[in-house]
Ligand binder design. Structure first.
Ligand code: CP
Ligand code: NVA
Length: 308
């Protein structure tokens, strides 16, 4: 079987994602009972990170360890690639040691190039363009709370960023409607938006009005206004996103049983108020935990671990 790279949500079929969620259900139940299997014994996952991370790093590391494998974390700044070694040579060499690698970096092209030269599965652990593993965990969290993804109205409030663009990809795979409210100039990449809209029929709607997106929504979803690498734009972004905060007032437009998602880290008082993060409608910390369960399912899938 050829290796499976997960560079975007589009690298998985709807059936594969549903199967991953069933594996994650199984693994989560085992974990809740304090029980662990070792399907990845003897296998090593490499993590190459060029940007900070709390959740993605720790959830991948705990995931592989709990599956019986091991992990090696590599800060990109400490690797020879930071002194000019090519991505191609790095990929070829690491393929001789590791059984899979997860990469967090700036350009999507870097992970694609790495994948094309490596003989092991490559997982995108966040680029400026996509954050597929995050959205797998987000979808899993929605399914956990709403039973099914199909037929839901999901609102995205704020920046049309990497996480939003992975949500656009997810809207191709499932039958929910995705309503994005972004300030002018901060919408998703027009090419990604158009490609996803073409495939998702009328289920992807872009507006500049957060209330319109939130109206009767089953899920309210947001993310930071200043993503990693955009720190110099902070002042202009804070001004542009005024009015796009997820707060009690906005939540009133959603369905009474709506849930709130945020991939974290949150900037309390900017894109979301502290009271909403801690509100009963918030499933944000379950969402963070679910990254570990979903990453376990994903690692077992790409690294060839048979679950019982
Ligand atoms: N949600 C997420 O990817 O968090 P980290 O940046 O902490 O990994
Ligand atoms: N959009 C955010 C997500 C962080 C997990 C960023 O790229 O910084």
């Amino acid at each position: 079987m050829s290796k499976r790279d997960i560079l975007s949500i589009c690298d998985l079929s709807a059936k594969e994602i549903r199967d991953l969620f069933e594996s994650a259900d199984y693994l989560k139940k085992r974990w809740q009972k304090g029980k662990y299997d070792n399907p990845l014994r003897g296998k090593t996952l490499g993590l190459i990170f060029h940007k900070p991370s709390t959740r993605t790093r720790v959830s991948f590391e705990t995931a592989i360890i709990q599956l019986g494998g091991s992990t090696i974390f590599m800060a990109e700044s400490e690797m020879q690639v930071s002194r000019g070694e090519s991505i191609a040579d790095t990929a070829r060499v690491l393929s001789r040691y590791l059984q899979a690698v997860a990469i967090r970096t700036y350009k999507q092209e870097t992970v694609s190039e790495f994948a094309s030269y490596s003989s092991i599965p490559v997982i995108n652990a966040l680029t400026d363009r996509f954050h597929p593993c995050q959205v797998l965990s987000d979808l899993y969290t929605v399914r956990e709370n709403k039973k099914d993804l199909d037929g839901l109205k999901i609102a995205w409030i704020g920046d049309g960023n990497n996480v939003a663009q992975s949500w656009l990809n997810a809207a191709i795979r499932f039958d929910f409607s995705l309503h994005l409210a972004c300030p002018r100039g901060y919408e998703p990449d027009p090419e990604i938006l158009a490609a996803c809209q073409a495939k998702a029929e009328n289920r992807i709607i872009l507006t500049n009005d957060p209330r319109e997106a939130a109206e009767d929504a089953d899920v309210i979803n947001t993310d930071v206004w200043v993503s990693m690498g955009q720190e110099e734009e902070r002042a202009s972004r804070l001004a542009a996103f005024h009015g796009f905060q997820v707060n009690k007032e906005l939540l009133q437009y959603a369905k009474p049983d709506a849930i709130v998602l945020h991939c974290l880290p949150a900037h309390r008082g900017e894109e979301i108020t502290a009271d909403i993060l801690d509100d009963p409608a918030s499933v944000i910390f379950d969402q963070a935990e679910n990254k570990m369960h979903v990453h376990k399912a994903l690692l077992a899938f790409v690294m060839g671990g048979e679950l019982e």
